[in-house]
Design a binder for this molecule. Structure first.
Ligand SMILES: Cc1cc2nc3c(=O)[nH]c(=O)nc-3n(C[C@H](O)[C@H](O)[C@H](O)COP(=O)(O)O)c2cc1C
Length: 188
């Protein structure tokens, strides 16, 4: 059975460098194992997501949240805004049920305007998914402005990290397979 992967990128416009990075990780995972991939970004969520409760979310945004919760594994990415993840990316993740990502394998990615904020993946994204008790791949991927050009990864180190993160996600998926569904059920 293919692994159900959801890739979610916190970009608010297209084309998007973050979406390119998330897609690159997804393509690499798909090269390694059979996957059923759903890729979303914040543009897919539509307007009107500035609501306080999940029940008030517009349908396209609610579907993204449900897809994130139901996936076997996640690939997430955010543009860096003011030294952290984008506010609207966090806003959508805020609606994800707190027990729905327990033990779920996740690759973390981010893009920024330069190299200075490369550790956003470590000091912002990793704690966020730590809150959910997700299993984050040890290798996260950050790309600055010079490293993604014309919708392609233009840097060998970033490409190598994409491959490494994808391989780690596949290992986590294989290791998580039988036990995690039980863990998630127990956490509910
Ligand atoms: C409001 C705003 C704040 C930003 N803040 C930062 C920042 O703190 N550090 C950084 O490296 N880049 C920053 N950037 C640049 C974006 O992170 C960068 O262009 C990113 O790759 C855009 O991703 P996207 O193409 O997926 O939208 C900022 C951009 C915007 C629009």
């Amino acid at each position: 059975m293919p692994t159900r992967i959801v890739a979610f990128s916190g970009n608010t416009h297209r084309p998007s460098r973050t979406r390119t990075l998330v897609e690159a990780v997804a393509a690499e995972v798909a090269r390694l194992r059979p996957v059923e991939l759903k890729l979303f970004d914040l543009v897919d969520a539509g307007t009107g997501i500035a609501v306080a409760s999940r029940s008030a979310l517009p349908l396209p945004a609610a579907r993204i949240v449900e897809a994130i919760e139901g996936a076997d594994a996640l690939i997430v990415g955010s543009p860096v805004y003011k030294g952290s993840y984008a506010g609207l990316f966090k806003h959508l993740i805020d609606f994800v049920g707190p027990d729905t990502l327990v033990g779920k394998p996740v690759v973390l990615t981010a893009t920024g305007g330069g190299p200075r904020h490369a550790l956003v993946v470590e000091h912002a994204l990793r704690p966020l998914f730590g809150f959910f008790s997700a299993q984050t791949a040890p290798t996260s991927v950050y790309a600055g402005d010079a490293e993604i050009a014309d919708g392609k990864i233009a840097d060998a180190v970033v490409q190598a990290r994409v491959a490494q993160a994808a391989a780690e996600l596949v290992r986590l998926i294989d290791a998580a397979a039988p036990g995690e569904a039980l863990l998630r059920a127990a956490a509910r």
